[in-house]
Design a protein around this ligand. Structure first.
Ligand code: ATP
Length: 235
């Protein structure tokens, strides 16, 4: 469904991605593991058109994304929920959520329906809808970021470190929400530092090191892999 074929990326002369091949198939939840600086965010920024790939091809349902503007990528159904949430802290929760609906602004009824779905997934956001997003807890802000991405009606959702900086109980809640989104039919590509918790909800995973995919496999294969356990799980 979403396929990276030999994708390269550079920051100036620094090569951040070396011919990456990866795939998220229809309905899958695919986890991207890698240490800080491995290139996970670069993969997401490149897929969403925020960075232009310096080589290779990124296809979504056989359509080439490389070269498209970010808004065109969103319109095709590939939506990024970026690392660090990137909310507008002074704006209300509701206004932040509605920013995600911008590409569908002609469809007010569809956006209202989608908003109801987001509120039923995250009831706390309905309670706090008029509150400034920046006044919410870290976990609630992450829910706003995910909710905003859902308002863009993703068919493939790219989630960059959604649990970063959150307490363990909140990490669990966020990953449960990610799993529910996937089970409701959205394909998910998830970068996550909490490797064990992420693999538990994944169908498959890739390990990225220094901008290269060094390992891929299904959940149980990676959970059972000695070097993955040592490097990312610590048990
Ligand atoms: P983290 O988990 O820390 O966000 P990551 O796996 O997402 O790490 P990237 O942010 O994709 O990694 O970074 C990959 C490499 O590219 C790193 O070596 C990083 O220093 C470098 N890099 C990222 N952004 C830039 C930039 N704007 N200019 C130069 N180098 C960059």
């Amino acid at each position: 469904m979403l396929t990276f074929d030999n994708v390269s990326q550079h920051y100036g002369s620094f090569r951040a991605l070396h011919g990456v091949h990866l795939e998220a198939r229809e309905g899958e939840l695919v986890v991207l593991l890698g240490a800080n600086g491995a290139g996970k965010s670069t993969i997401f920024l490149t897929a969403s058109g925020l960075l232009k790939a310096t080589g290779g091809s990124i296809r979504f349902r056989h359509q080439e994304l490389a070269g498209m503007k970010p808004s065109q990528v969103v319109q095709r159904g590939v939506v990024l929920c970026p690392e660090g949430r990137k909310l507008f802290p002074q704006m209300s929760v509701l206004k932040n959520l509605m920013l995600g609906a911008y590409v569908h602004r002609a469809d007010a009824a569809g956006n209202r329906k989608r908003l109801d779905e987001v509120f039923s997934m995250f009831p706390i956001l309905h309670e706090r809808r008029e509150q400034a997003a920046g006044s919410l807890s870290g976990g609630q802000q992450q829910m706003v970021a995910i909710g905003r991405a859902l308002m863009s009606r993703p068919q493939a959702l790219l989630l960059d470190e959604p649990s970063l900086g959150l307490a363990p109980l909140v990490v669990k809640q966020v990953l449960e929400a990610v799993q529910r989104i996937n089970q409701a039919g959205t394909t998910v590509l998830l970068a996550e530092q909490n490797a064990y918790a992420a693999l538990k909800i994944a169908h498959r995973a890739y390990v990225l090191e220094g901008g290269r995919i060094v390992l891929e496999g299904d959940r149980d294969t990676l959970l059972g892999n000695e070097s993955v356990r040592k490097a990312y799980i610590g048990a």
